[in-house]
Design a protein around this ligand. Structure first.
Ligand SMILES: [Zn+2]
Length: 295
């Protein structure tokens, strides 16, 4: 899954430090990140492959030095830092270097494991900072915390921490069939699983029962925790579960949320790649006969 980057290691403790030329630079504006468009011929794929620029690389293109750098440290993977520069978001006249483009966070999904986790997590933080420029209590411009990862109001003391919204996802089994669905907002046309944000006042397990009932009109039993993963693309932490159908198997699909929902026999499920999402791990877990259990 996205957080499985061994032998690399995410170092997410808070600190304030200066960049090295080889550190990654997340330049964030308008909900997108400036990425380097690489030659498709060298990437071995059709279309354009992207990578995250390095601090020294972009500064050199702009005729600047490290002393001119306006960004701040977020975290590192191994010894390489990820630095955020959102100063372009405050100006409308930024010149974009040739060969670079502002891209949405889904672009990170096709990168190698380090840039995928690092880039998506950095834009998760960039999104959070962009939503908290001003204090929600008194309106004063906010500043970054100096002792922990936070945004602080210098006037009233309001402290805002990174937003991580819990989500549940569940593989509902009915004998040798799996409940699969397609969310209307997902640009990927493949079938996945029932999922949704946890609501106030409910446990993860209660959220599983509610989401399956709301989206598919089904009741479930034997809800079991499977594993979890960060999902920076929606500022989330996803908790995965397995469950069994309880009673009537007639699906009543919620058309506001789903475009498809159906029972799919095990032998009719195609193989899913398990390197990014827990959804695919849950599907593969069922397809292979529950022989894999995430630790
Ligand atoms: Zn305030």
């Amino acid at each position: 899954m996205i957080h499985d980057i061994l032998p690399h290691k995410l170092n997410n403790e808070f600190k304030i430090c200066d960049p090295k030329p080889t550190d990654y630079l997340i330049r964030y504006a308008g909900g997108k990140t400036l990425l380097k468009a690489n030659n498709a011929a060298t990437s071995g794929t059709t279309g354009v492959a992207y990578s995250i620029p390095r601090v020294g690389e972009l500064l050199a293109l702009e005729g600047k030095t490290l002393a001119d750098f306006e960004g701040h440290y977020l975290f590192s993977i191994d010894d390489t830092g990820f630095f955020l520069d959102d100063s372009a978001a405050k100006t409308s006249s930024e010149a974009i270097p040739a060969g670079y483009e502002y891209m949405g966070s889904r672009t990170f999904r096709s990168m190698d494991p380090v840039e995928r986790l690092g880039g998506a997590t950095a834009t998760h933080l960039a999104h959070w900072e962009s939503l908290n420029r001003f204090c929600g209590r008194c309106g004063r411009e906010m500043t970054r915390g100096e002792k922990e990862r936070s945004i602080v109001c210098p006037k009233c003391g309001n402290v805002v921490y990174p937003r991580i919204s819990p989500v549940v996802i569940v593989a509902v089994r009915n004998g040798d069939k799996l409940l699969m669905a397609h969310n209307i907002d997902n640009p990927n046309p493949r079938l996945f699983l029932i999922s949704g944000f946890v609501e106030i006042g409910e446990s993860l397990e209660q959220a599983v029962h509610r989401e399956v009932l709301e989206e598919a009109g089904l009741r479930v039993k034997n809800v079991r925790y499977f594993g979890s993963q960060p999902w920076p693309f929606s500022d989330s932490l996803i908790a995965g579960f397995t469950a069994e159908l309880d009673g009537d198997d007639t699906i009543h699909m919620q058309k506001e949320e789903l475009s498809e929902a159906m029972w799919v026999r095990r032998e009719d499920i195609p193989e899913y790649e398990t390197d990014v999402s827990i959804s695919c791990c849950l599907i593969e877990n069922f397809r292979r006969g529950f022989t894999i259990k995430e630790s």
